[in-house]
Ligand binder design. Sequence first.
Ligand SMILES: [Zn+2]
Length: 390
Amino acid sequence: MPRVANPLTKVRKRLEPCCFGLANFKNLPKDKDKPSKPDRHLSFYRKNIPIQREIVPKVDEALDLACERLGLDRESVHGFVLPDPKINAFCRDGIRGNAVVFVNSGLVEHLTMLEMAYVFGHELGHFLTPLALNTVSDGQGGHMPASMEDAVIYRQLEISMDRFGLVVCQDLKVACAAALKLQSGLSGDNIQVDLEAFGKEAIKGFVRDHKEYYSEAFASHPAVYARIRALYLFSQSEDFHALIGKSGGRPHAEVDADVHKDLHATLDYYAEKLMDDALADLNNALAALQVDHEGQCQLAHYAVSPRTPPDEERIRSLAGDIKKIPEKERGAAVSAKLEELIIECVRRCPYRTHQHLEAVLAKLEKTKFHPIAKAIADGFTEQLVKVRSS
Ligand SMILES: [Zn+2]
């Protein structure tokens, strides 16, 4: 049978410059466009108002425009309106072949046609970029990034999606108006798009104590401040200009470097500090345990990354704490503490922890402590599997 060209390949090729960081088309899974069962989503036609010109003209116009400017066949995009006052829209994960997008009535009531087209551009971007990201249950029936490390990639993905939105509406002010309306729940004369004024106030929230960012470090979306800045930066880029038929603009690498700086300043820097903390705690605890077993340890064995160097004083004090525990309780107490540290590494930085433990194990190869360190590393893997499969 002759191979049928995948229509999305051409679309992706043109939109490649919108991709930011790790959220790029090269990182998509191999079966990214494998169609799901065609009847899996057709029941939505029975349960929801389908987006069509005769019924919801403004919404249909916005979806048409989004498809046209992204280069998607409108026939393959199935859109529906949900009776929900929250200003929101989403693209169904896992439905391939056709894109399936939902828009809440709240969004339709509050956004203009062009603002809605921006939102559709963002959501259809999720269809074009089905990254296989790790999630865990958020405990409220939804999902959240499986770790702080995963969340960093999630946020990069959202930056890319906003760029698809901007390619669709082709107007920075429209894109930012949509972002501010989504954030505030306001519409019409109640909200004005003064980005400078917004930026001046919003930046006040970014305080300097990284521990304050613990729950935000799992956020799937960047701060609105960073998203708006990223939209502004992309609107200045040569890529965006080329996509809308203009010339000039700032080079891609320069723009992306500035976006990275903003993401760093608004969350990623703090998230990295939180990850460093968890990994350093585990690293120091391992070294202290070796001191407890062998009377000493070589700091060089635990010097794997400059971001988490072994802390001699801390190791000494931890080893002292272990000694103070009555001998018959020591094993259980140490195991409980290690489990606590491992859980934190799984939540914050599982990939870095895995690499770190591999490197430490290699260095400990010839020591008597190696089997114990290996058992702890295995405990980490078990905990990771347990969390990911729950
Ligand atoms: Zn999104």
